[in-house]
Design a protein around this ligand. Structure first.
Ligand code: 13P
Ligand code: ZN
Length: 280
């Protein structure tokens, strides 16, 4: 299959009370593990990268790898820009073959965020690519994006309603208590707030910072309109830990085909388990 957009995947998930797993890709091994995990769970999957990741991999490689993955996969695969920083980022992804984009104007004043998102929606709609956007601030660290958890701001439902209506976005990422990166203490998710946001927006919601959130909380959020769940830190931690422990046991190994394999296998299992959790 060719890469699909996230539009129908998320609308189906929203209508039927489950969520699509969206996983941060950083290299070929991680991409292959994500696809293998999704195939084992027999569910569609979203590969996502920030702009710094596609710059690290190289855009032509990034898109060629994702297209090859989608062509071989037994499940639908989408390629999504995570936390796009500018219209330029989005245009680069649209030109190159991404099938879904996020524009993150959450650090801008409300009206400026709306203005930026509107421009992104205009260009993306023209090529049938759905847009995710964020209002409020999700704390923690995501690549080069750092938000002090103390200064993270919950999304205001009324503003969320206006934001969705004025921008015409396809999915909405609210701040309701999750954070990027590792949690120092268990997060207290604001489910009442999420429910109000769902009622005010009426479109598929996206949960950022799902690494370290207990399964029960993720499921509860899915029951309140979350249709895409983003995982990155847990994948990175597991991948690095597996490679570290491989080298402790095999300090002289130099064959990447050997030292990446256990990490890939562990990641496949994690992705399968996460996706199955989103379905139930
Ligand atoms: P985590 O790294 O906390 O899983 O967050 C992922 C994310 O929200 C990517 O946008
Ligand atoms: Zn995020």
């Amino acid at each position: 299959m060719t890469l699909v957009t996230t539009k129908h995947l998320m609308e189906d998930a929203y209508a039927n009370g489950y969520a699509i797993g969206a996983f941060g890709v950083h290299n070929l091994e991680i991409m292959k593990a994500i696809i293998a995990g999704a195939e084992k769970a027999n569910a569609p999957v979203i590969l996502q990268t920030t702009s710094s990741t596609y710059k690290y991999i190289g855009m032509p490689y990034m898109v060629a790898l994702a297209k090859a993955a989608a062509a071989q996969a037994k499940v639908p695969v989408a390629l999504h820009l995570d936390h796009g920083e500018s219209l330029e980022n989005v245009m680069e992804c649209l030109r190159s073959g991404y099938t879904s984009v996020m524009i993150d104007g959450s650090s801008l004043p409300f009206e400026d965020n709306i203005a930026l998102v509107k421009r992104v929606v205009e260009v993306s709609k023209a090529v049938n690519v759905p847009v995710e956007a964020e209002l409020g601030t999700i704390g923690g660290v995501e690549d080069d994006l750092k938000v002090d958890e103390a200064s993270a701001l919950f999304t205001n439902p009324e503003m969320a309603g206006r934001f969705v209506q004025e921008t015409g976005i396809d999915s909405f990422a609210p701040a309701f208590g999750t954070a990027h990166g590792a949690y120092k203490i268990e997060p207290e998710l604001q489910f009442d707030l999420l429910d109000q946001i769902r009622q005010a927006t009426n479109i598929p919601l996206v949960m950022h910072g799902a690494s370290g959130v207990p399964d029960a909380s993720v499921k509860k959020a899915i029951g309140l309109g979350v249709s895409k769940v983003n995982f990155s830190t847990e994948l990175k931690d597991l991948f690095a830990n597996e490679i570290r422990s491989f080298f402790i046991d095999n300090p002289t190994e130099n064959d990447p085909r050997k030292y990446f394999l256990p990490a890939r296998a562990a990641l496949t299992e994690l992705v399968e388990q996460k996706i199955r959790m989103l379905q139930r």
